[in-house]
Design a protein around this ligand. Structure first.
Ligand SMILES: [Zn+2]
Length: 170
C-alpha cells in the first residue's frame, strides 16, 4: 500500500510532465489483476458520482490482459470534477500498490491525458485536483470496494447501482 501523500506527489509530477508523443490505447493491459481493474473502474464510477457527474455504466473485461471503461453523461463545464474522476482510478491503484512498470504505464495513460486537459480547463493547480481526488478516494473507499465487487461478479455496474452503493450504509 502506498501512502496517499506519496501518491499525490507522484501523480502531480505526472501532470507536470510534457504529454508523451504517443498515448497508450491499452492502458489496462499491463499485468494487473482482475481485482485491481475492478477497483480502478469502480473508483472512476464512485468518484464521478460523488462529484455529481452522471455515468451510465462502468464495465470491465478480463480477456486479453484486461480492460475497462466508464461511460459518462455530458458534464458541461465541470472540469474540476471531471479531472478528479479521471484520476480516481489511478489513485485507487496506487493505494493498493502496483509495480513500477504499471506506474510507468499509468503515467502515459489516457486517464492522465484527460486529467491534464481538464485541469487546464479548470485553471487550478495540479496538486489541488490530485489532493481532492486522493481525499475523495480515501473517504469513499468502502463504496469503491463494493462497486468493485459488483464489477468482479457481473462485469458491469449501472450508474443507478453506483448511486445505490454510494448511498447505502456501510
Ligand atoms: Zn482509468
Amino acid at each position: 500500500m502506498m501512502e496517499l501523500t506519496a501518491a499525490v506527489r507522484l501523480v502531480s509530477s505526472w501532470l507536470e510532465a510534457e504529454p508523451a508523443p504517443r498515448r497508450s490505447d491499452d492502458m489496462h493491459r499491463s499485468g494487473v489483476s482482475g481485482r485491481v481493474i475492478c477497483l480502478h473502474e469502480g473508483s472512476h464510477a464512485v468518484i464521478a458520482h460523488r462529484f455529481a457527474i452522471e455515468i451510465t455504466q462502468a464495465s470491465v473485461c478480463f480477456a486479453a490482459g484486461g480492460s475497462g471503461a466508464v461511460d459518462y453523461r455530458p458534464a458541461g463545464d465541470a472540469a474540476f470534477a471531471l479531472a478528479c474522476a479521471n484520476l480516481a482510478g489511478i489513485i485507487a491503484e496506487l493505494r493498493v500498490g502496483v509495480s513500477p512498470a504499471r506506474q510507468a504505464h499509468l503515467a502515459r495513460s489516457t486517464d492522465v491525458a484527460w486529467a491534464r486537459a481538464n485541469v487546464a480547463r479548470a485553471g487550478v493547480p495540479n496538486a489541488a485536483v490530485v489532493t481532492a481526488t486522493a481525499a475523495a478516494v480515501l473517504a469513499h473507499w468502502d463504496a469503491i470496494r463494493r462497486c468493485a465487487d459488483v464489477l468482479q461478479a457481473c462485469g458491469t455496474v449501472t450508474g443507478d447501482t453506483v448511486g445505490r452503493i454510494c448511498e447505502a450504509p456501510t
